[in-house]
Design a protein around this ligand. Structure first.
Ligand SMILES: Cc1ncc(C[n+]2csc(CCOP(=O)(O)OP(=O)(O)O)c2C)c(N)n1
Ligand SMILES: [Mg+2]
Length: 556
C-alpha cells in the first residue's frame, strides 16, 4: 500500500497509543491535519500553541506516558518553545511535531520559515528534521523510545511539507522499541546497604525521579524497613505519604525550619532521583556538609554535577531500591527518630489561626477538604504555588503537576486541561495566581469546547506576588512592575466563555460558595481575594544556606 508521509505519521501515532493531540493547524502542517481527519485520534484545538504544549504536558505528567502536540512552522513552532523547554527541565516526555516549509525552500527565509531544529536543539532531549517520508518509519518509534526511556524528556520532530506529501510504499510497519535498562552493579548495591546500616543519622532526599520511575511504593518499603526520614523536593511531592511519621515535608527555599535544620544533622544523605537544584539545596557548599552522599539517578550527567558523591549509581531508582532492600537491616532508629521529633517540636511549621478564611495556607486547606486524594492539582508559578506545596497534603504520585525547573507562569491552566483529558475519572484543579492565569487565559475557550471537569482557582493578590515579596525583603521595598493597576473581573471573563464564574470576595459565606462551586460538575473559575502583603514563609534568601531561614516563626 502507498502512504503519504503525513499518513505514515498518523498511523504510527495511532499504533503508539496516542488518542488525543492538542494543536493548531497552519499552512505548513495541513497535510498532517488532513491525515488526522481520517484517524481515530481526537484533535484538541487550542487557542495558542503554548496551550497545546502544556496540555500535552498535563497528559504526560499525569500518566507518565508520552503525549504529542502539533504546531505549524514559524510562529506556531516558536509559540511551542516555552512548553518544550519546560518539559526538558522537569523531564517530561512530550513529542512536539511541527510542520516546516518544503525542503527545497529550507534556508531561504521563506514565508513562516524558522530554524525549528536549531531553536529546539538546546531545549530537547533529542530533535529531528525529517528529510524523507521513509525516515518517518524510524524517526517516530525512535522519538517514543527517547522521550519515555531513561530520564524522560521532550523530543521535537520537524517535518517539511513535501515530506508530509511524499508517497511511498510501506510493506512492513515498525514495532515499538523498548528502552533497554542497564544492569546495576551488585557490589555497589551491597556497599550502599552497608553504609546505610552503619549510619547513625541517615536521611532520604527524594525528587521527581521517584515518580518518573514508579518507585513510590518501593521507597515506602525501603524507608520503613530501616526507619529513614524522608524529605522531598517540589517535584517529589506525592511520592511519600505526608501521614507517615518518617515524613519531613519539603526541603529548601520554602521548606519547614525543622526540615532544613535536620539536613544539617544527617551523617548520610541518600539523594534518590534528585538533581541538587539550588531551590532545594540553598548554598550547595553548606548543604549536608556533615554527611556522606549516596546519589542514585537515571541520568549519569547528574552524578557529581553539583555535589561530589561518595557512592553513586546511574540507573533506575526503582530497581536500585528493590535490590538494596534485602541487604538493609530492620532498624527502629529510636535515637535518631527521637531527635527528629524534638526538631519538629522545636522548629515547627506554623499554621495560622483558623479564623481567617483567605489567609493563603488556610485557603489551600479549605480547598483540599473538598477534594479526594486522587484528584489532580496543577499550579502556576508564584506565591500560590509555594503555598500549595506547603499546605496541601499530596499522598499519591502524579497528583501534583507544577512547573518546577523552568518555573513557567501560564503552565497550570492548560496542564489541568491535559490532566483532565487523560484522566476522565478524576477531576483537575488549577490553583493559579492573577498574573499567571492571564498568561494562558485564552484556553478558557478550549475548556469550554471540551466541557471537562476542570476548576481554575485564582488566588488574586493584585500583584506578581512572589516578585513583590523579593522586592520587599531584598530590594528595600522598592516596588516596581509588580502591582496590577488593572485586573479583569475573572468571573465575567469566565462567563463570557460560557463557563461558571464565582467571586468568593463578593460572597457572604465564601466557604460555602467554594464548596458549591467545587461540588458541581463541569468547568468553573473561582476568584479568591488574597491580601497583597501575605508572604511565603519561612524563606531561604537566594544564595544563602538552607539553615539561614527567615520568617515563619509565628503568626499574629
Ligand atoms: C513566564 C514567566 N515570566 C516571569 C516570571 C517571574 N515570576 C516568577 S513568580 C512571578 C509572579 C507570579 O504572579 P502570580 O501569578 O499573580 O502569582 P503570585 O506570586 O501573586 O501568587 C513572576 C513574574 C516567571 N516565573 N514566568
Ligand atoms: Mg498574584
Amino acid at each position: 500500500m502507498y502512504y503519504s508521509g503525513a499518513q505514515i505519521l498518523i498511523k504510527l501515532l495511532e499504533q503508539f497509543g496516542i488518542k488525543k493531540i492538542p494543536g493548531i493547524p497552519g499552512g505548513a502542517n495541513l497535510p498532517i491535519y488532513s491525515a488526522l481527519a481520517d484517524s481515530s485520534i481526537e484533535h484538541i484545538l487550542t487557542r495558542h500553541e503554548q496551550g497545546a504544549g502544556f496540555i500535552a504536558q498535563g497528559m504526560a505528567r499525569s500518566t507518565g506516558k508520552a503525549a504529542v502536540c502539533f504546531a505549524t512552522s514559524g510562529p506556531g513552532a516558536t509559540n511551542l518553545l516555552t512548553a518544550i523547554a519546560d518539559a526538558k527541565l522537569d523531564s517530561v516526555p512530550i513529542i512536539a511535531i511541527t510542520g516546516q516549509v518544503p525542503t527545497t525552500y529550507l534556508g531561504t527565509d521563506a514565508f513562516q520559515e524558522i530554524d525549528t531544529y536549531g531553536l529546539t536543539l538546546p531545549i530537547t532531549k533529542h530533535n529531528f528534521l525529517v528529510r524523507s517520508a521513509k525516515e518517518l518509519l524510524d524517526v517516530i518509534p525512535e522519538a517514543f523510545r527517547i522521550a519515555g526511556g531513561g530520564r524522560p524528556g521532550p523530543v521535537a520532530i520537524d517535518i517539511p511539507k513535501d515530506v508530509q506529501l511524499e508517497k511511498i510504499k510501506v510493506s512492513k510497519w515498525p514495532i515499538p522499541k523498548k528502552a533497554s535498562g542497564k544492569k546495576i552493579d551488585q557490589k555497589t548495591i551491597r556497599e550502599i546497604a552497608q553504609e546505610i546500616n552503619k549510619a547513625k543519622r541517615p536521611l532520604l532526599y527524594i525528587g521527581g525521579g521517584i515518580i518518573s520511575s514508579g518507585a513510590h511504593l518501593a521507597l515506602r518499603k525501603f524507608s520503613g524497613k530501616n526507619s529513614i526520614p524522608v524529605t522531598s523536593t517540589l517535584m517529589g511531592l506525592g511520592a511519600f505519604s505526608p501521614q507517615d511519621p518518617l515524613y519531613l515535608g519539603m526541603l529548601g527555599m520554602h521548606g519547614a525550619r525543622y526540615t532544613n535544620l535536620l539536613l544539617k544533622e544527617a551523617d548520610l544523605l541518600l539523594a534518590f532521583g534528585v538533581r541538587f537544584d539550588d531551590r532545594a539545596t540553598g548554598n550547595i557548599k553548606e548543604f549536608c556538609s556533615q554527611a556522606k552522599i549516596i546519589h542514585i539517578d537515571i541520568d549519569h550527567a547528574e552524578i557529581d554535577k553539583l555535589k561530589k558523591t561518595n557512592i553513586s549509581i546511574a540507573g533506575d531508582i526503582k530497581q536500585a531500591l528493590e535490590q538494596i532492600l534485602p541487604y538493609l537491616r530492620r532498624d527502629a532508629r529510636r535515637q535518631w527518630l527521637a531527635h527528629v521529633v524534638k526538631f519538629k517540636k522545636k522548629y515547627p511549621f506554623f499554621m495560622p489561626a483558623k479564623k481567617d478564611f483567605f489567609q493563603p495556607l488556610n485557603f489551600i486547606q479549605a480547598i483540599s477538604r473538598h477534594l479526594a486524594p486522587q484528584d489532580i492539582i496543577t499550579t502556576d508559578v508564584g506565591q500560590h504555588q509555594m503555598w500549595v506545596a506547603q499546605a496541601y497534603s499530596f499522598s499519591r504520585p502524579r497528583t501534583f503537576l507544577t512547573s518546577g525547573g523552568l518555573g513557567t507562569m501560564g503552565f497550570g491552566f492548560p496542564a489541568a486541561i491535559g490532566a483532565a483529558l487523560a484522566n476522565p475519572d478524576k477531576r483537575a484543579i488549577c490553583i493559579s495566581g492573577d498574573g499567571s492565569f492571564l498568561m494562558n487565559i485564552q484556553e478558557l475557550a478550549t475548556l469550554a469546547d471540551l466541557n471537562l471537569d476542570v476548576a481554575a482557582i485564582i488566588m488574586n493578590n493584585q500583584n506578581l506576588g512572589l516578585v513583590r515579596q523579593q522586592q520587599e525583603l531584598f530590594y528595600g521595598k522598592k516596588y516596581i512592575g509588580t502591582f496590577f493597576k488593572s485586573n479583569p473581573d475573572f468571573t465575567k471573563i469566565a462567563e463570557s466563555f460560557g463557563i461558571r464564574g464565582y467571586d468568593l470576595g463578593k460572597a457572604k459565606q465564601p466557604a460555602k460558595m467554594l464548596g458549591e462551586a467545587l461540588r458541581k460538575k463541569g468547568p468553573c473559575v473561582i476568584n479568591a481575594p488574597i491580601h497583597y502583603a501575605e508572604n511565603v514563609m519561612p524563606m531561604v534568601a537566594p544564595g544563602a544556606a538552607n539553615s539561614e531561614m527567615i520568617g515563619g516563626q509565628e503568626y499574629e
